[in-house]
Design a protein around this ligand. Structure first.
Ligand code: CNA
Length: 447
């Protein structure tokens, strides 16, 4: 049994949280913190029911049932100015027999303009962005759950018993090949940040971004220049790698080299399989994730973009801003608390294609030209690779290094301790040198 799962199973309340594992969110999806009393040890230190991977499997099958009954996502996406049909929303619970069933339709209330007005009035100076795979589909990276194009709909080639097995740490321990096959497609290097990433970078440039919390593992936030101190990669990234068993760090470039060449990188300390520090189900979230306890109470605007809010504990973050704080959902369909009717006072959503929506938002804010200029200047630069080429170690491939002793210091990392920090410091992979949010966009990019 892995260490995370065992802590999840405990019935007794836990001491103040020091570590959190990734899980699906079938129970907490619609709940505010105050409503989670019956749930087991979780981010609020209250009892939370055990979450299993099969719960996610159930969610996924329920979702496909609901999608059959509704419009395809592409059609829903055409209705950006229309109220979303609860039964048409691929993420809606209303047609899934869920206890949280809503007869009425969540309404889009011209929220984009209202929020743009607040920003222009200077009322939003601590903006928190919560993002998911939907911000990167415009870069050509499929998300998980979009019917037809999402990774979960296209997993036949990985030969796995159920979709989320690909991110299950126990499954990986037994057979890393399915994840490594997927990793080859996801490894940073072949995709570029898109308009949405640069919009968030512009929020930072304007001095308004308190923090971006992303579930994405594609590294595009960093590539577009969002500085590390403004970014929480809650589900890790490919920028570092380590042994999945003893957590001994492993050179990320060598891990990439091995995986891209269909080899299995192995730990030089215990010979177990090395994996990129992407957070699997049942694994700890990075220590940096806990910044949310400071950030969310401070936020004066929350923007939620391109996520189905299905993965806990990340999904519940959106319920932790103050009740007076406006929340703006930009997505193809209503998700999480935005499926409730009526919407919470101060909640706004704009449904449709995310890139189109963000462009309109940027135009309302008068930022479009600056973003375009930023993107143009970025195009002329060679985007630095987050993971550099592996150093040549006397012709050895990483796989051949099995059994080679490491310097003793290599074991002295936080990762070798239970509940230790995972990926909190992204260390040498940093690309960002922008520390002054007011600095010139072009000059910071040319550095
Ligand atoms: P998800 O569950 O696939 O949800 C994505 C959401 O974005 C859905 O609600 C979509 O409808 C919406 N969406 C997708 N494309 C668009 C678009 N063009 N316009 C508007 N809305 C759109 O993915 P989540 O991020 O919610 O789930 C979390 C998982 C996904 C994390 O653990 C990630 O590691 C994982 N993931 C990441 C990537 C990446 O790094 N790019 C890719 C695939 C999966």
């Amino acid at each position: 049994m892995n260490r995370s799962r065992s802590s999840w199973d405990k019935k007794a309340p836990q001491p103040p949280v020091t570590r959190i594992t990734r899980s699906s969110s079938s129970q907490a999806r619609h709940t505010d913190p105050a409503e989670t009393k019956d749930s087991g040890p979780g981010i609020y230190g209250k009892q939370r029911k055990k979450q299993t991977d099969s719960a996610l499997a159930q969610d996924l099958s329920q979702m496909s049932v609901s999608e059959q009954g509704g419009l395809p996502a592409s059609h829903v996406g055409d209705c950006s100015s229309e109220p979303v049909q609860a039964g048409q929303s691929s993420g809606s619970r209303s047609d899934q027999g869920s206890p949280t069933t809503f007869a009425a339709k969540p309404k889009s209330r011209g929220g984009l303009a209202s929020v743009a007005r607040l920003v222009k009035l200077g009322r939003c100076k601590n903006v928190v962005v919560v993002a998911g795979a939907g911000i990167s589909t415009a870069s050509g990276i499929p998300d998980f759950r979009t019917p037809g194009t999402g990774l979960y709909a296209n997993l036949e080639k990985y030969n796995i018993p159920y979709p989320e097995a690909i991110f299950n740490i126990d499954y990986f321990s037994n057979d890393p090949q399915p994840f490594f096959s997927l990793a080859k497609a996801l490894y940073p290097g072949s995709h570029r940040p898109n308009y949405i990433h640069f919009f968030i970078r512009m929020l930072h440039h304007k001095g308004l971004l308190l923090r971006m919390y992303t579930q994405n593992i594609d590294g595009l936030e960093k590539l577009c220049g969002i500085p590390d101190d403004k970014l929480v990669e809650a589900h890790g990234s490919f920028a570092t790698a380590s042994c999945h068993l003893c957590y001994t760090p492993y050179p990320a470039a060598e891990a990439k080299h091995a995986i891209m060449n269909d080899n299995v990188p192995t730990c030089s300390f215990c010979a177990a399989t090395v994996k990129p520090d992407v957070v699997f189900f049942g694994e700890d979230l990075p220590q940096k994730y806990f910044l949310h306890t400071e950030d969310f109470p401070k936020a004066d605007l929350l923007i939620i973009m391109g996520t189905s809010l299905q993965i806990e504990p990340f999904a519940s973050l959106v319920n932790t801003v103050r009740s007076t704080v406006p929340r703006l959902l930009l997505n193809r369909h209503a998700v999480g608390p935005f499926e409730k009717v009526p919407l919470r006072r101060g909640d706004h959503m704009e449904l449709g294609d995310l890139e189109d929506t963000v462009r309109r938002f940027a135009e309302m804010l008068g930022w479009n030209d600056e973003i375009e200029e930023l993107m143009r200047s970025q195009e002329t630069l060679n985007i630095p690779a987050l993971i550099s080429s592996p150093p040549s170690v006397s012709g050895q491939t990483p796989c051949q290094s099995r059994g080679v002793s490491e310097p003793p210091g290599r074991m002295e990392t936080s990762k070798s301790r239970p509940g230790a920090q995972r990926g909190a410091s992204s260390g040498s992979e940093e690309t960002d040198s922008e520390t002054d949010s007011k600095s010139s966009v072009s000059s910071s990019l040319s550095n």
